[in-house]
Design a protein around this ligand. Sequence first.
Ligand SMILES: CC(C)(COP(=O)(O)OP(=O)(O)OC[C@H]1O[C@@H](n2cnc3c(N)ncnc32)[C@H](O)[C@@H]1OP(=O)(O)O)[C@@H](O)C(=O)NCCC(=O)NCCS
Length: 188
Amino acid sequence: MNARSTASKPVLVRLTEADLPCVAALEEASGWPMGGSEAQLAATLADPAMAVYGLMVGDGQAGGDELAAYAAVARLPFEAELQAILVDEARRGQGLARKLLAVVADQARDWGSERLLLEVRAGNAPAIALYRAAGFTDDGVRRGYYPPCPAPQPASLPGQETTPPRQAGAAGAAREDARLMSLTLCAG
Ligand SMILES: CC(C)(COP(=O)(O)OP(=O)(O)OC[C@H]1O[C@@H](n2cnc3c(N)ncnc32)[C@H](O)[C@@H]1OP(=O)(O)O)[C@@H](O)C(=O)NCCC(=O)NCCS
C-alpha cells in the first residue's frame, strides 16, 4: 500500500498483489469471499485488466491502519464490470461503498467504458439500494443464477457463483435470482 490514513479520513489506495493478505483478511472477517478463493483473489490483484481500490482507515500510528473496504472492476472491450465491493461490517453506513463506487465509475470512464455493469442477488437489499442511489438502473433478471443464501446477506458479483462458506444454503433450497444493473457512463 502506498498511503497512510488518519483517524478521521479514509485514504484511497490502488491495491496490488502485495495487498493480498489484507484483502483476504477483510473477506475472512466479513464472511464474504467476494474475490473467490485466495488464488482467484491473487489473480484479480495481479490482472492488468482489473483495477482494485481500497479504503484504509486507522489511528495514524505505525501499523495501525486497516483495509476497511475494497472494490474490484474489470475492463471489458466496451464496458466495465464491477466484480466485487465489500465494506467491513463495523464500517458500514459511513459512505465507504458510495465513495468506492464513484472511484470505480471514474476508473471505467478513464478506460472509455460505455457502461458499468454488475450482477447482484435479488435479496441483497443494501447493495441494491447502494446501486440505485448511485444511478444504476435495472437491465433484467437472471433466474436462479446464485446458489441458495440462507442468511439475509448479499451477493456474489459477476463470475463469483461459487457458494461462499456462509452461504452454503439448506439442501433443496431454491437458487436465487441475479438482478442485472448498469450505469451509463457516456452519452455514446
Ligand atoms: C452493500 C455494502 C457494500 C454497502 O456498504 P456501505 O459502506 O455500508 O454503504 P454506504 O454507507 O456507502 O451507503 C451508500 C448508500 O447505499 C444505500 N445503503 C447502503 N446500505 C444500506 C442498507 N443497509 N439499507 C438500505 N440502504 C443502504 C443507501 O442509499 C446509502 O445512502 P445513505 O446512507 O445516504 O442512505 C455493504 O453492506 C457490504 O459490504 N455488504 C456485503 C458485501 C456485498 O453485499 N457487496 C455487494 C455485492 S453485489
